[in-house]
Design a protein around this ligand. Structure first.
Ligand code: OFO
Length: 167
């Protein structure tokens, strides 16, 4: 079944949101590398990769409905953060924004009685719960470590290993 032009457009906006998420996380990774925190940098690089897969899913869904994606301009991301805690708080804030975009899309699909799109979006709804939880868990750990440099060194190592296991 075809999807409406307005639904296709709304999904296209989300496609670009996902690419912007990847861009933001690549920038955070660059900042972590520059600050000698390779574990956090790997974590963020992998996060950026996940964002590209989210964009890809939307791309394929639109393809499957005879629609195409259009690439929008990427916003210039922030380049540096005062601390890993500040970066992770921003990442969580960003994921909350993405969750609200997804929820808005679900409401739009429901309003249009577009059951296929609503079902497609269910994966994203669940994914956002995980995205927010993993950012929150890192925030909790960073808060626990506080100003302890050795703690941060250990956490950086732990984060790197966990992401590799997730892959
Ligand atoms: Fe695509 O989940 Fe994060 O932004």
């Amino acid at each position: 079944m075809a999807i409406s032009k307005s639904m296709a457009q709304a999904l296209n906006v989300q496609f670009n949101e996902e690419l912007n998420s990847a861009y933001l996380y690549e920038s955070m990774a660059a900042d972590f590398y520059a600050k000698n925190l390779p574990g956090f940098a790997v974590w963020m690089t992998m996060q950026a990769g996940e964002e590209r897969t989210h964009a890809e899913k939307i791309h394929r869904y639109l393809d499957g409905h005879g629609e195409r994606v259009f690439y929008g301009a990427l916003a210039e991301p922030q380049a540096t953060w005062k601390s890993p805690l500040e970066a992770m708080n921003d990442a969580l804030g960003h994921e909350k924004h993405i969750s609200s975009c997804i929820h808005k899309l679900v409401r739009e699909a429901r309003k249009a009685d577009d059951i296929a799109t609503e079902s497609f979006l269910a994966w994203f709804v669940d994914e956002q719960v995980e995205e927010e939880a993993s950012a929150q868990s890192l925030i909790d750990k960073l808060e626990m470590v506080g100003d302890n440099k050795f703690g941060l060194y250990q956490l950086d190592k732990e984060v790197s290993v966990r992401r590799q296991q997730d892959a």
